[in-house]
Design a protein around this ligand. Structure first.
Ligand code: 13P
Ligand code: SF4
Length: 331
């Protein structure tokens, strides 16, 4: 390449690097300013920040506690803070409000819903209950408060097997709304259940052929997948777990390579807590767009404006609370 062009390219590359660096510095400064503001607001409002394992890294890093649905509901039930900022999706914030009715529960983005939770409505549930002669309803926590109020007991992916195993096995059970979690539980307990045809669109993107490919590339690795995955994926896994159990497993296993079949956000926590281990995500497509709606900026805004407040009306909270309490008592 002629000397003139070499100098021209070198100059422009330096310029690009400089622009990139400046942008990064601006972002870091901006984040630091947000972090400072957040610390100040948290103190002022006596608030606690709870974040799900799928949240953006910047949100997880500022949370007081990061966990799965079960861990987070336990924290919400126990906290002494007056305000709970729930960095997750609507049904999680609702569960926090059911368990801590005297607290203010904030969801930083009101659009952070869960499509699987929306696949069951009270009307449809009532119809199905009637159709099957009023079976015992086991309701996955990924559901609206009204639906929980119409159910007998709740469960999460961390305790679903235990909950169903603990029931009187003569009972006819309707499992809502996740057919895949229901299918997995049924196979573990050896009990047939009526399954609601719901599913998680994010976990459906995790495919058996991706696991097969990764296993070939990393023959020493263990495969852990979420219980919301399809049965063909579950049958290829070494462990089927909730996100919280995945994090505990990663810490304690002697294995240094782990193939992870769940939403991508969890990789941030896994790498942070286990810098010496290698994690391979089964699918780069496994992103829950709702979980990603919450940003550090929105968390600060939420505490500043005290929005969006999630309050389950007492009439529903009392009934839904019974289903959630039954779950917590059994686990
Ligand atoms: P966990 O309770 O395992 O964190 O799962 C929640 C969820 O929404 C999975 O998609
Ligand atoms: Fe709902 Fe799936 Fe997102 Fe979990 S990952 S919140 S089940 S859509």
């Amino acid at each position: 390449m002629p000397r003139f062009f070499q100098i021209y390219f070198m100059f422009n590359l330096t310029k690009i690097d400089k622009n990139k660096k400046e942008k990064m510095l601006t972002k870091n400064n901006k984040n630091q300013a947000l972090v400072d503001k957040l610390i100040q607001l948290k103190k002022q409002r006596n608030a606690v920040i709870l974040a799900h394992n799928y949240q953006l890294g910047e949100v997880q890093d500022m949370a007081d506690f990061v966990g799965d649905s079960l861990d987070l509901s336990r924290k919400a039930a126990k906290t002494r803070a007056e305000v709970i900022v729930f960095c997750g999706v609507q049904f999680m914030a609702e569960t926090a409000s059911i368990l801590s009715p005297d607290k203010i529960v904030l969801l930083p983005d009101i659009n952070a819903g869960c499509p699987m939770a929306n696949m069951v409505t009270v009307e449809k549930l009532k119809e199905k209950k009637q159709k099957y002669g009023y079976p015992y309803v086991v309701c996955y926590v990924n559901s609206a408060a009204e639906v929980k109020a119409e159910s007998d007991i709740c469960c999460t992916s961390a305790n679903a097997v235990k909950i169903v195993r603990g029931l009187d096995q003569r009972k006819k059970v309707l499992f809502i709304p996740d057919q895949y979690l229901g299918h997995y539980v049924s196979s573990q307990v050896g009990k047939e259940m009526i399954l609601w045809p719901g599913y998680c669109p994010t976990h459906l993107r995790i495919l058996p052929q991706d696991i097969a490919r990764l296993r070939k590339d990393h023959p020493q690795a263990k495969v852990i997948v979420h219980a919301e995955c399809r049965p063909e994926v579950i049958s290829l896994a070494d462990e089927v777990q909730s996100t919280g159990v995945m994090c505990r497993y990663a810490k304690t296993t002697e294995n240094n390579e782990i193939i992870v079949g769940t939403e991508l956000g969890i990789i941030h926590r896994l790498r942070k807590e286990n810098p010496e281990k290698k994690f391979f995500s089964v699918s780069e497509q496994a992103i829950c767009p709702n979980m990603k709606l919450i940003t550090l900026e929105k968390v600060v805004w939420s505490l500043k404006e005290m929005r969006y407040q999630i309050k389950v009306p007492a009439r529903i909270a009392n009934r839904a609370g019974k289903a959630v309490d039954r779950m917590l008592e059994l686990t």
